[in-house]
Design a binder for this molecule. Sequence first.
Ligand SMILES: NC(=O)c1ccc[n+]([C@@H]2O[C@H](COP(=O)([O-])OP(=O)(O)OC[C@H]3O[C@@H](n4cnc5c(N)ncnc54)[C@H](O)[C@@H]3O)[C@@H](O)[C@H]2O)c1
Length: 260
Amino acid sequence: MNLNLTEKVIIVTGGAKGIGEGISTVLAAEGAIPVIVGRNEADNQRTVEALTAIGAQSFQIVAELTRPDECKKAVEQTLARFGRIDGLVNNAGVNDGVGLENGDYERFMQSLHKNMVHYYLMAHHALPALKASKGAIVNITSKTAETGQGNTSAYAAANGGRNALTREWAVELLPYSIRVNAVVVSESWTPLYENWINTFDDPKAKLDSIVSKIPLEKRMTTPEEIANMVVFLLSSKSSHTTGQMIYVDGGYVHLDRALT
Ligand SMILES: NC(=O)c1ccc[n+]([C@@H]2O[C@H](COP(=O)([O-])OP(=O)(O)OC[C@H]3O[C@@H](n4cnc5c(N)ncnc54)[C@H](O)[C@@H]3O)[C@@H](O)[C@H]2O)c1
C-alpha cells in the first residue's frame, strides 16, 4: 500500500524516545519528514542520526512543551525550515502518579500541563498550516481515561481530555477536511513504562501479572505496532476516518475478562 507520505512534514512531540521514536522511525521509512519536538537535545539528535543512517530525512527542535511559548516556537521553527506542516502527532506525556489522596492542586495542574495543555497548544498553533495542507492530527492517549489505574488522577483526567479533544476537533475541523483521530495505548515497553513499573515493590512480578492478562499473544504492544496505526491515520489511505479512538492494545481494554 502506498501511503503517499513522501516528503510530508509531520510534527511528532516526544518523537525521540519510546512510542514517539517508533512513530518517527515508521514515518521516515515511509519517506515522510518527522519533525521531532522534545526537551532533550541529545535524545533528539540521537534519533535524527539514527534516521540519517538509514538514509531518511528528519529534523529536531528542542522544546519544553509545558511552556506555552515553546509550543508556539516549535511550530514557528517547523514553518521556518519547511514552510508547511502536513500532520501533527501529539504524543509527549508522562504517567506521573498524582493521586486523589496523595496529590495537591499544584501537582495536579502541573500534570495537566505535562499531558494535555500542550496537545491543545500544538494543534492551535499548527492549525493555519494544517488548513493549508488539509493535514491530519493524531493524538496518542492512554487506556487510563476509561479503565482508571489508581493513584494517577491528573494523568487519567488528561487522557480523558485527550480523547474528548479528539472528537471535539474532528467536529470543529470538518470544514477544512482535517481529520483527527486518537490511538489509545495500554501496555507498551518504553523508557516511561520502565520507570513506571519500577515504582512497584516487585517490578518483575507486576509486569508478569500485566502481560499474562493481555489477550492477544500475552505480550506487550511494540512502539512499532502503535506507530503503524498512527502513520496509517496520517496518510491519505484513511481519508474517511475521523473522530475515532483506535485501541492498539492486543484486546486489553475490550475483550472478555474470562479469556485471561
Ligand atoms: N508506554 C505505554 O505503555 C503507554 C501507555 C499509554 C499511553 N502512553 C502515552 O504515550 C505517550 C508516549 O509515552 P512513552 O511511553 O513513549 O514515553 P517516553 O517517556 O518513553 O518518551 C516520551 C518522550 O517525550 C519527551 N517529553 C515528555 N514530556 C515532554 C515535554 N513536556 N516537553 C518535551 N518533551 C517531552 C520525553 O523526554 C521523551 O523523549 C505518552 O503521552 C503516554 O501518555 C504510553
